[in-house]
Structures are given as structure tokens and as C-alpha cells.
Design a protein around this ligand. Structure first.
Ligand code: HPA
Length: 238
């Protein structure tokens, strides 16, 4: 048990989905898991464990942003023995070819976060996805007929940036597909502690065109993404 998590050792499966939103964690457990049970509710940052297609799997909310995500990811790996972590989130689009509802898989995650800068001295560490998870997610997305983009994403610590879109211009010029707020730290900590990680995002709002997802499309798109993530997670279990 930790100040952030009252689950007991053994309460989490080795494979876990990581949404930001606690109520999305609850929805995932109630909608997709068999035999779901709540394992954490500290700060209402909900975690659940159950099975999917008969295989053990968990879901834990991370809250928004890299500092919060880092706490949960550190503890899940080092205290609870989680080995495969799949973030399921939304991202803002930074490339007009990425349409609302498309799946964006972060092969790498650039960041402005000090969490990733800290400790690498003269070097810029390159946070990257686990290749086998990435490939499995790409395959699962294609099998579902989803339009999927695999490439660089940005994990920013700043949602309301005073410079607006201009702040991303260099990254856009380097092919970065979308912006979210968690993946770079997830990838860095997974690499540091010998776990495997992937971030799968649904693009919900395009910062280039202003296109936004509507409520009905949001739900069905999230369902597709969760099913892809669960396939990836349980495939990595055994
Ligand atoms: N910025 C950061 N995170 C996001 C965004 C965004 O525009 N859209 C969805 N998640």
C-alpha cells in the first residue's frame, strides 16, 4: 500500500490499461471486464481488476498530466509488479491527415517535461513505445477497420499554452502527429524499470483544422480503442 494506492500486492494483473479519467476506468471495468472488482479508490483515482476473454487484466486511472501519471506508473511497476502498461487516451491533432476518430499510436513521445529531462546529463532521452505492443495494436486497429497513424506524439505539460498553436510549430514540422499529456513519462518509466508500455490515443480535436468529435462518435471511437488496447494487453499476458 502507498499514499496513493491502497491496493494489496497481487491486486493488479500484470497487464493494465491506463486512462486519465477515473470514471473512464470505471466504465472500462464495467463495460469490458468480467468479474471486475475495485482495487483502488484513493483520491477517487479508481483502479479495477477483472478478466477479459478469460485473461486477467486491470485498469487504473492516472489523472491528467505527467507528474500524476508518474506516481501511478512508478508504483504499479515497482510495488505491484505490473509488466505491460497500455495508455488509452485522447489527443489533439497536429497534422491535417489525422482525422477526428482516427487512432494515433505513439511510436515515440517528445516532451517538455522535466521528468524525462532529469538525470540524462548531456543527452536527450528518446521515450519510445514497446515494439511488440505497438505492432499488436497496429494489427488490431487494422483488423477493426480503423484508420490508424503510427508515429511521434507530443506529451506536453501545458494544456493552455500562451503561444497557442505556434508553440508546436517546430514539432509539427518534424512530423509529430498529436498532442496529449502522459505518454513520454509512461515510456520513460517503463524503460527505466524494465516494463513494456504503449500509448494509444483517439484524436478528438484537431488543432490545425478546428474539427472536433461529437458526443456519439466519441463513445463508439473510445469503445474501438479500448477493445484494441485490451487485445494488446491480454495478448502480452501469456
Ligand atoms: N492538448 C493536450 N491534450 C489533449 C488535447 C490537447 O489539445 N486534446 C486531447 N488531449
Amino acid at each position: 500500500m502507498t499514499p496513493h494506492n491502497h491496493a494489496q500486492p497481487g491486486d493488479y494483473a500484470e497487464a493494465i490499461l491506463l486512462p486519465g479519467d477515473p470514471l473512464r476506468a470505471k466504465w472500462i471495468a464495467e463495460t469490458f471486464f468480467e468479474d471486475a472488482r475495485e482495487v483502488n479508490s484513493v483520491r477517487n483515482c479508481l483502479g479495477f481488476t477483472g478478466t477479459y476473454k478469460g485473461k486477467p487484466v486491470s485498469v487504473q486511472a492516472t489523472g491528467m498530466g505527467q507528474p500524476s501519471t508518474a506516481i501511478y506508473v512508478h508504483e504499479l511497476i515497482n510495488i505491484y509488479g505490473v509488466k505491460t502498461l497500455v495508455r488509452v487516451g485522447t489527443c489533439g491533432g497536429l497534422n491535417a491527415k489525422v482525422k477526428v476518430r482516427d487512432v494515433v499510436i505513439g511510436a515515440s513521445a517528445s516532451t517538455d517535461s522535466t521528468i524525462v529531462k532529469d538525470g540524462f546529463g548531456a543527452y536527450n532521452f528518446a521515450p519510445a513505445a514497446d515494439y511488440s505492443l505497438l505492432r499488436a495494436a497496429d494489427d488490431a486497429a487494422h483488423a477493426k477497420g480503423k484508420t490508424v497513424h503510427v508515429g511521434g506524439i507530443l506529451s506536453s505539460d501545458i494544456f493552455y499554452h500562451p503561444s497557442g498553436l505556434e508553440t508546436y510549430s517546430r514539432l509539427i514540422a518534424h512530423g509529430v502527429l498529436g498532442v496529449e499529456m502522459e505518454a513520454a513519462t509512461l515510456y520513460t518509466l517503463a524503460a527505466r524499470f524494465g516494463a513494456r508500455a504503449l500509448a494509444i490515443c483517439t484524436m478528438t480535436d484537431c488543432l490545425i483544422t478546428g474539427e472536433e468529435i461529437d458526443a456519439a462518435a466519441r463513445q463508439s471511437s473510445l469503445t474501438d480503442m479500448i477493445e484494441i488496447a485490451l487485445e494488446v494487453a491480454i495478448g502480452s499476458n501469456g
